[in-house]
Design a protein around this ligand. Structure first.
Ligand code: C2E
Ligand code: MG
Ligand code: MG
Ligand code: MG
Length: 287
C-alpha cells in the first residue's frame, strides 16, 4: 500500500521496497544522517474526554521528514531503527523534544495536561532503563506526574520479574504506565493486577469491530468491563466514527483517541486547541 509520497509525486511502496537490500542500505545511511540533520519531527494526537470534548493530553508520535521521500511514518523506519540499534538515540530525541514542548504548555497554564510517549522494546529491556528515563525527564524539567509511558504486552511478558521491579520503581516516582495495543499481544491477564499499571489502551482493531452485527465488538465490552473491575483507566484507540464514540460512551469508556477528533498534528495545531475554551475540540456532527 502507499504510505508516503515524495515531493515529485513519486509513490513509495514501503512493504515492497523494504525487502530490497539497496533500499535497506540507503535507508540505514539516511537514518544515521537524519539524526544529525534533525529531520525527525514529533506530532501530537489529542487524547480526548468524550463527555466534554476536552483534550486530556497528547500522544507523541514520531515522523521523519525525509529529504526526497517526503514525510515518513513509523512503519517505514522504526523496524530498521530497532534492528540497527539506532532506536535508542531516536527515542531519546523524541522524548526530550516532547518533554520540552509539552513541558512548556504545562507551565504556560495547563498543569493537568498529560504527555503519552511510546517506548520501544529495547529501551525497556535496557538494565538501566528506569534511571535513564528519569534522568532524561529531570534534565528537561518535565513534571513526572504528567508523563504516561506506553508499553506493549509482549515486552511485559518477556521477563515479568524484571519488568515488575522496573514498573514499581517507575510508579513510585510518579510516572504512569499504559499498556498499548491491549488485547493483541501474547499475554496473560494475570499480570494486570500484579503490576502497577494505570491505563489500558484498547487496540484499534477492536474499536473497528464496533459495527452493527460484528461479534468482535464484544471484545471491547469485555476489556472495558475488566478495566473497570480492576480500577484501571481506559483509552480507546482509533475512534473514527460517531457510532464508535457513542458505543464507547455507553460502555463507560470516556477517554478516546482517533481521527474522529483528529490525527497526530504538529505543535502549532495543538496550540490552537490549547487556546480554545476548556481545551475543547471541535468535532464532526454526530447523527
Ligand atoms: P501506537 O502507539 O498504537 O499509535 C497509534 C497509531 O494509530 C498511530 O500511528 C496513529 O497515528 C494511528 N491512529 C490514530 N488514530 C487513528 C484512527 O482513527 N484510525 C487509524 N487508522 N489510525 C489511527 P503512527 O503514528 O503511524 O504510529 C505507529 C506506531 O509506531 C505507534 O503505534 C507506536 O507503536 C510506534 N511509534 C510512534 N512513535 C513512536 C516513538 O516516538 N517511539 C517509539 N518507540 N514508537 C513509536
Ligand atoms: Mg501508543
Ligand atoms: Mg496502539
Ligand atoms: Mg502500535
Amino acid at each position: 500500500y502507499v504510505k508516503a509520497r515524495g515531493k515529485d509525486g513519486y509513490r513509495f511502496h514501503s512493504k515492497t521496497m523494504r525487502r530490497t537490500t539497496t533500499h535497506r542500505l540507503r535507508m540505514e545511511r539516511d537514518l544515521r544522517l537524519a539524526m544529525e540533520r534533525e529531520e525527525f519531527q514529533v506530532h501530537y494526537q489529542p487524547q480526548v474526554c468524550a463527555k466534554t470534548h476536552r483534550m486530556i493530553g497528547v500522544e507523541a508520535l514520531v515522523r521523519w521528514q525525509h529529504p526526497t521521500l517526503g514525510l515518513l511514518y513509523p512503519v517505514d523506519f522504526l523496524p530498521l531503527a530497532e534492528e540497527t540499534g539506532l532506536i535508542a538515540k531516536l527515542s531519546e530525541k523524541v522524548l526530550s523534544h516532547a518533554c520540552k514542548e509539552v513541558g512548556g504548555w504545562i507551565a504556560a497554564g495547563h498543569p493537568d495536561l498529560r504527555l503519552a510517549v511510546n517506548l520501544s522494546p529495547s529501551q525497556v529491556e535496557h538494565p538501566r532503563f528506569v534511571e535513564i528515563l528519569t534522568d532524561r525527564i529531570k534534565a528537561n524539567g518535565f513534571p513526572k506526574e504528567n508523563l504516561e509511558i506506553e508499553i506493549t504486552e509482549n515486552v511485559i511478558m518477556k521477563d515479568l520479574e524484571q519488568i515488575s521491579s522496573k514498573f514499581r520503581d517507575l510508579a513510585s516516582s510518579g510516572i504512569r504506565i499504559a499498556i498499548d495495543d491491549f488485547g493483541t499481544g501474547y499475554s496473560s491477564l494475570n499480570y494486570l493486577h500484579r503490576l502497577p499499571i494505570h491505563t489500558l489502551k484498547v487496540d484499534q482493531s477492536f474499536v473497528k469491530a464496533i459495527r452493527s452485527g460484528d461479534e468482535g465488538a464484544c471484545i471491547v465490552n469485555a476489556i472495558v468491563a475488566m478495566a473497570h473491575g480492576l480500577k484501571l483507566e481506559i483509552v480507546a484507540e482509533g475512534v473514527e466514527t460517531g457510532e464508535q464514540l457513542s458505543y464507547l460512551k455507553q460502555l463507560g469508556c470516556q477517554q478516546v483517541q482517533g481521527f474522529f477528533y483528529g490525527p497526530a498534528q504538529p505543535a502549532s495545531e495543538i496550540n490552537k486547541i490549547l487556546d480554545s475554551k476548556d481545551r475543547r475540540l471541535a468535532y464532526p456532527c454526530m447523527n
